[in-house]
Design a protein around this ligand. Structure first.
Ligand code: GLU
Length: 467
């Protein structure tokens, strides 16, 4: 019996900046495929550009991955640690006559390209050193001896069959004169050593794939499956930028988006399952398949992301939403807010807020001290009239007599008071609301009172009648 080879996918960011939504989306696809297939998901930090790569970006990318809930199955590998490994494979290619040392200078290569262009040909390295059998030497690079005829192709998981004429490609450099490997060589060696079975990445890499396949074949490695997802575009179908509201993952976190909302949004941007829009994470794992990946680019729509965020806020368990809201509540000035209190508060507000800062702001009147509650002047003038104050004082006396202070008991007291005195609710509701909330809006009053509790409710009413 043969066993199915294990599915192993990877995310291979270059730590030259924060994790952007395009990168996050390919990471999510790769993660989903591994989780769906019971496989492994690994990370590789492609930090060969030593000038631009920074540890702080690696840390930030990993932090963003954790925040999104994308866990990985082994310690990340760093390409900057692996020159020896790459050189071992480069030596193998040299020994087998599949690569050669080249001493052409960048200026000479540029002149070759210029000459090809002038002759109406594709600008390429002309193979000057290919048959010269040069030994290693100062300033020399190693080039791959690419096939000069035939085609290199693969069946892309997203784009279907793709094929390139080998004559299109030249003898690429695989080892620079400073001894470092080039991107294509390092990726192939690492994907092989990390046993990657499926490479999902952005379609800006399509032109690298035939070069990489040639290297796999020359090195005798099995070729993984490739899927290239189209770039995310702006809502105007132009290249995505900040102007379209596209930010790094970390900025969405800071703006108070929920990770599930961003994951759901990004997955749907390029993948579909019928016309379903909302997917819990577990459901995504069950339903994900590369068959649903779309070959045409999707446009980024910040409104839809916000809509999903509002959905996930409503759908969150109160304790979870309280934990997510806590840093925003602290930032709004309430350093000592407790999770227990927030857990009681959030259900009153979560239906209406579309992000966490908005939620924190909406809860402000509940978080301030009773003495610190700000009263809106216009609302006071409108509702806390002489008559309004009489109702507030009368209700205060009735509430004070309640043994059990719940939303039902306070509701009943108010209903009876209105009825016994032949009043309309709108004579009583607004003054009480302004007394407790400081303004005209806000949640249902019995809910507000239950969360405030008897003592704080009475304190606010006492204060209101003296304004
Ligand atoms: N490091 C490459 C990038 O950030 C990804 C390479 C790959 O996925 O093969 O674009």
């Amino acid at each position: 019996m043969t066993t199915q080879p294990q599915v192993v996918t990877r995310f291979a960011p270059s730590p030259t900046g924060h994790l952007h939504i395009g990168g996050a989306r390919t990471a999510i696809f790769s993660w989903l495929l591994a989780r769906k297939m019971g496989g492994r998901f690994v990370l590789r930090i492609e930090d060969t550009d030593r000038e631009r790569s920074k540890q702080e970006y690696t840390d930030a990318i990993l932090e963003s991955m954790r925040w999104l809930g994308l866990d990985w199955d082994a310690d990340p590998i760093y390409q900057s640690d692996r020159d020896d490994v790459y050189n071992k494979y480069i030596d193998q290619l040299l020994d087998e006559g599949k690569a050669y040392w080249c001493e052409c200078t960048p200026e000479e290569v540029e002149a070759m390209r210029e000459a090809a262009r002038a002759a109406g040909d594709k600008p390429k390295y002309n193979g000057h050193c290919r048959a010269r059998n040069l030994p290693a030497g100062e300033g020399r690079v190693v080039r791959f001896k690419a096939p000069v005829s035939g085609k290199t192709g693969w069946v892309d998981l997203v784009k279907g069959p793709l094929s390139f004429d080998n004559t299109e490609l030249d003898d690429m450099i695989i080892r620079r004169s400073d001894g470092s490997p080039t991107y294509n060589l390092a990726v192939v060696v690492d994907d092989y050593e990390q046993k990657i079975s499926h490479v999902l990445r952005g379609d800006d890499h399509v032109s690298n794939t035939p070069k990489q396949i040639m290297l796999y074949e020359a090195l005798g490695f099995p070729v993984p499956k490739f899927g290239h997802v189209p770039m995310i575009l702006g809502s105007d179908r132009k290249k995505l930028s900040k102007r379209h509201g596209a930010l790094s993952v970390m900025e969405y976190e800071k703006m108070g988006y929920l990770p599930q909302a961003l994951v759901n949004y990004l997955v749907r941007l390029g993948w579909s399952y019928g016309d379903q829009e909302i997917f819990e994470l577990q459901e995504l794992i069950e339903k994900f398949s590369t068959d649903g990946l779309s070959g045409s680019p999707a446009g980024f729509d910040p409104d839809k992301l916000q809509w999903l965020n509002a959905h996930y806020m409503k759908a969150s368990a109160d304790a979870d939403l309280a934990a997510l809201a806590l840093p925003f509540v602290v930032r709004a000035g309430f350093d000592d807010a407790s999770i227990d209190f927030l857990t009681k508060l959030v259900p009153l507000f979560k239906e209406r807020a579309k992000d966490l800062p908005e939620l924190a702001e909406a809860m402000r009147f509940m978080l301030v001290s009773d003495a610190g509650l700000a009263y809106d002047e216009a609302a006071v003038a409108k509702a806390l009239t002489e008559e309004g104050r009489i109702h507030v004082a009368a209700l205060r006396a009735l509430f004070a007599g309640l043994e059990s202070f719940t939303k039902d008991t306070t509701h009943d007291v108010m209903a009876r008071y209105v009825e016994d005195n032949g009043l309309k609710f709108k004579a009583v509701g607004p003054p009480l609301r302004v007394a407790l909330v400081g303004a005209m809006g806000g949640p249902n009053l019995p809910d507000v009172m239950e969360v405030l509790g008897k003592e704080r409710t009475l304190a606010r009413m006492d204060r209101a009648v003296t304004l």
